[in-house]
Design a binder for this molecule. Structure first.
Ligand SMILES: *Cc1c(COP(=O)(O)O)cnc(C)c1O
Length: 347
């Protein structure tokens, strides 16, 4: 039954039906706005998020770069949570490309409060950077695949606006947040200036992401897309995967959440310390079974269960290519690791 790849939801392989949709896509020159399938995907995402416009980009990381560029000027400050992808995992890209500084806020689960935003100087005078942008990550990856509580999300957005800041949501897994909370995607979009969804994670596409917002925001974003080298040609081949995924892979995201919950419950029963999953990520700590995170990961990987150390604990991510049998197999491996560790410490 092993191997089971719980490393990331980016590890999905396109299904035969998705490949066939890609192979049959109508295409044209995207840079000239003439790729019909890319335009269709953009319309579909704008409709889903109820925004005026949307823009296909090669990656989610580029959505963050382009979004920050469109909503700031050099020397501005960007508020985010201290483990945010845009700050920690993009090679310092927004510092280089947009000349911004970050104001990281300490959080437990990746979401912060209006009071924390208020505590950051508004600035904008000759000495202090202007607090120009607040970015929210939903779900929050390193916080545990957590969903922002909608009331706090909306309160943070309102506070940001009162301070004259723009608001931007890194929605790499926004559709997981919607599946888990029942909050429709358009509600997460309504209080921000820009946001995006990734196609290459829970939706199971081989690449691509879609940025959305007002027509003015998207026009400015398009300028930076080309400036940063993100203009494409016959991108309809990738966009077709996105359209296919919106039609066929959206409703099944809750299956991933159910499997992450089941994996977490199984681990807890085996004595691992587990954070209750909110979406498709199970974070756990093997200390109670006598192993460090990196020792345990090495044993899981050696037995065909690919997991990783993320922010000091172990992360397992469920996705399209992990079924119930995969979860059973991963739990059997977890049981063996816990038992072997107990034998070696008692002997
Ligand atoms: C994966 C991820 C990104 C980057 O998306 P890519 O499509 O891999 O470039 C950005 N933010 C978060 C929260 C992510 O998990």
């Amino acid at each position: 039954m092993v191997p089971v790849d719980l490393f990331s939801d980016t590890h999905t392989l396109p299904t035969a039906a998705m490949r066939s949709a890609m192979a049959n896509a109508l295409v044209g020159d995207e840079q000239m706005g003439e790729d019909p399938t890319t335009r269709l995907l953009q319309d579909r995402v704008a409709e889903l998020l109820d925004t005026e416009a949307a823009l296909f980009l090669p990656t989610g990381s580029m959505c963050n770069k382009v979004g920050v560029a469109a909503l700031t000027r050099p020397g501005d400050a960007v508020i985010c949570d201290s483990m945010a992808h845009v700050l920690r995992f993009e090679g310092g890209g927004s510092a280089v490309l947009s000349g911004v500084v970050f104001e990281p806020l300490a959080t437990e689960k990746g979401w912060f409060t209006p009071d924390q935003v208020e505590a950051v100087p508004i600035g904008g005078n000759v000495y202090q950077p202007r607090s120009a942008l607040v970015t929210l990550e939903n779900t929050n990856n390193f916080g545990g695949g957590t969903v922002w509580p909608i009331d706090i999300y909306e309160a943070v957005c309102a506070t940001a606006r009162e301070r004259g800041s723009a608001v931007f949501t890194d929605g790499a897994r926004l559709l997981n947040a919607s599946a888990a909370s029942g909050i429709v995607p358009s509600r997460w979009a309504a209080s921000v200036d820009g946001l995006w969804i990734d196609l290459s994670k829970g939706l199971g596409c081989p690449g691509g992401a879609v940025l959305a917002g007002s027509a003015g925001f998207i026009a400015e974003a398009n300028r930076f897309k080309y400036m940063f080298g993100g203009g494409l040609r016959q991108s309809g081949i990738l966009a077709a995967a996105g359209v296919y995924a919106l039609d066929h892979h959206l409703d099944r995201l809750t299956d991933d959440h159910v499997r992450a919950a089941r994996f977490a419950e199984g681990l807890a029963a085996l004595g691992y310390s587990v954070e209750t999953p909110e979406t498709n990520m199970a974070f756990f700590d093997p200390t109670p079974v006598g192993l460090t995170a990196s020792e345990a990961v090495a044993r899981f990987v050696a037995q065909g269960v690919r997991v990783s150390v993320v922010a000091g604990r172990i992360r397992a991510v469920t996705h399209l290519d992990v079924d119930d049998a995969g979860i059973d197999a991963a739990l059997a491996v977890a049981a063996g690791i816990a038992a072997a560790s107990a034998n070696s410490t008692s002997g």
